[in-house]
Design a protein around this ligand. Structure first.
Ligand SMILES: [Fe+2]
Length: 160
């Protein structure tokens, strides 16, 4: 029998790939004293601005569905609210990083330090956030969403 992959599994798979990438980005921090690394900033920003922004949108769609149909405990609601809030905080930090990078030259130490500060904040929050999603959001989604909800979710995500 063919194993049918549901939309939650698809979201989780991309989530795991992203987590691996975020660990790589965390390790890059130790190399930020080398000037060549700064050539990579546009690639990093592209990952934040496109891949992660898209992933947050999918997460928001999933969460709004869980609010609508899920039977959630108060604790679960609070955790999910926290996940939504993280998305907003992260988007705000991406904006700040995009602004900084416009003024960026490798030899401007103030800009460089500011970049590292925001970047570190993003990576730390992303790792905590991804952990929260793994431990709370996805298990709740798997528990609460029935076949028809998964189909609806898939449609909504594809047209988002
Ligand atoms: Fe998320």
């Amino acid at each position: 029998m063919e194993i049918e992959k549901n939309i939650i599994s698809i979201i989780c798979e991309t989530h795991t790939e992203m987590k691996e990438k975020i660990w790589i980005l965390k390790n890059m921090l130790t190399t930020f004293d080398k000037n060549e690394v700064w050539d990579e900033t546009s690639t990093i920003l592209m990952f934040f601005n496109t891949t992660l922004v898209k992933h947050f949108k999918r997460g928001d769609i999933l969460i709004s569905m869980l609010y609508k149909i899920g039977k959630l405990s108060e604790f679960e609601k609070e955790t999910i609210d926290g996940i939504l809030q993280d998305h907003k905080t992260l988007l705000d930090k991406f904006d700040k990083l995009n602004e900084i990078i416009k003024k960026f030259t490798p030899y401007n130490h103030l800009i460089r330090e500011k970049f590292i500060e925001i970047y570190t904040g993003i990576i730390d929050l992303l790792l905590l956030h991804a952990d929260k999603e793994d431990k709370t959001l996805y298990p709740i989604a798997r528990r609460e969403l029935k076949k028809e909800h998964l189909n609806e979710l898939e449609k909504k995500i594809k047209t988002a």
